[in-house]
Design a protein around this ligand. Structure first.
Ligand SMILES: [Zn+2]
Length: 328
């Protein structure tokens, strides 16, 4: 009997130890190991399945978004409209292939159901695809969209670099030229305008000194970014230029892998796409919506591969723009 108890105890101990080893290995492979199934071939297949209007080879530079927004604000008001507005709903680190996972209650499929355009764009610099002159990272990615320039002009080759006041963000320029009254820049990442080496630290100071009404709004987390965005679009005097960035996909990617094969990454996209949907529905529910001319843009700053980004792979370089009008 004694021996039997001993054997049972040993078996239990072995099972526990094996369980711990298996758990550690699972954590290692999901969290730190590059996903070997995340091939360029699969990426291309998925991107084709999304239904983009262009191809990886004909993707537009993310810097073009600047001109599209600028043109929106500077062109004549359509019949019956009295005010122009823009919302950029940013999905940080959201790969272009994960849009295969779009849900009915997401911003992307909702905009598409109402005739939106959907195009591939690219980040990462001037000489694509020959060479990267700026990292496929957060600061350079958004900076190129919002200044209309690559790092050869704005100097933001990576994170942790403070931009000179020039070239200015489009919202700063539009307020200075009295094209719009105000803007709201909502983020949870301190690298944009909070840290000592943040991208827009000097531009924020410039705006404050010159009474340029850009509301630089740092929030604690994604849910908090969402509350601030919802508060903005549901208020009577909603900002003219909303720029709100959700980081669900970026966090999931860094922690568990930027990969279409990864259900954690898929869920992160679905969560932020739901946030975007709620913002758009709230805009459409505004009392003054019928007299407002909204340009709605859902986009990303970079993709990712393994648990990182910054390099030149197509998984990192490709981004996308979904918007409620044709690309022109
Ligand atoms: Zn990012």
């Amino acid at each position: 009997m004694k021996d039997k108890k001993k054997i049972i105890a040993i078996v239990i101990a072995v099972v526990v130890v094996l369980g711990i080893i298996a758990g550690a290995l699972a954590l290692y492979f999901t969290r730190y190991h590059k996903d070997e199934l995340d091939t360029e071939e699969l990426y291309r297949q998925n991107v084709a399945a999304v239904g983009y209007e262009n191809t990886i080879e004909t993707a537009y530079p993310t810097t073009d978004v600047y001109g599209i927004i600028d043109k929106h604000f500077r062109s004549a008001l359509p019949e019956g409209k009295t005010e122009k507005k823009v919302a950029i709903i940013g999905y940080d680190g959201c790969r272009a292939d994960i849009l295969t996972e779009m849900q009915q209650t997401g911003a992307v499929s909702y905009l598409l159901s109402k005739g939106a355009s959907i195009n591939l764009t690219y980040c990462g610099g001037v000489n694509y695809p020959a060479e990267n002159t700026q990292a496929t990272s957060t600061a350079p990615g958004w900076c190129s969209m919002i200044t209309g320039q690559w790092a050869d002009v704005h100097g933001i080759t990576g994170n942790g670099i403070t931009k000179a006041v020039e070239p200015k963000m489009l919202m700063t320029t539009l307020i200075e030229e009295e094209i719009i009254d105000d803007a709201a820049f909502i983020t949870r990442w301190k690298g944009h305008f909070t840290n000592d080496n943040s991208t827009y630290k000097d531009e924020k100071a410039y705006c404050e000194e010159n009474n340029i009404n850009v509301n630089f709004n740092l929030r604690k987390n994604n849910a908090d970014v969402h509350s601030a965005a919802m508060a903005e679009v549901t208020s009577t005097d909603c900002t003219d230029f909303l720029f709100a960035i959700y980081e669900n996909t970026d966090s999931a990617g860094h922690n568990f892998g930027f990969s279409w094969n990864n259900p954690v990454y898929q869920d992160a996209f679905i969560t932020e796409d739901n946030y975007g949907y709620e913002v758009i529905k709230a805009i459409e529910a505004r009392d003054t919506y019928e007299t407002e001319d909204w340009l709605l843009i859902v986009s990303a700053d970079h993709g990712g591969i393994g648990t990182g980004h910054g390099g030149p792979s197509i998984q990192e370089r490709m981004t996308f723009v979904v918007m409620n009008r044709e690309w022109e």
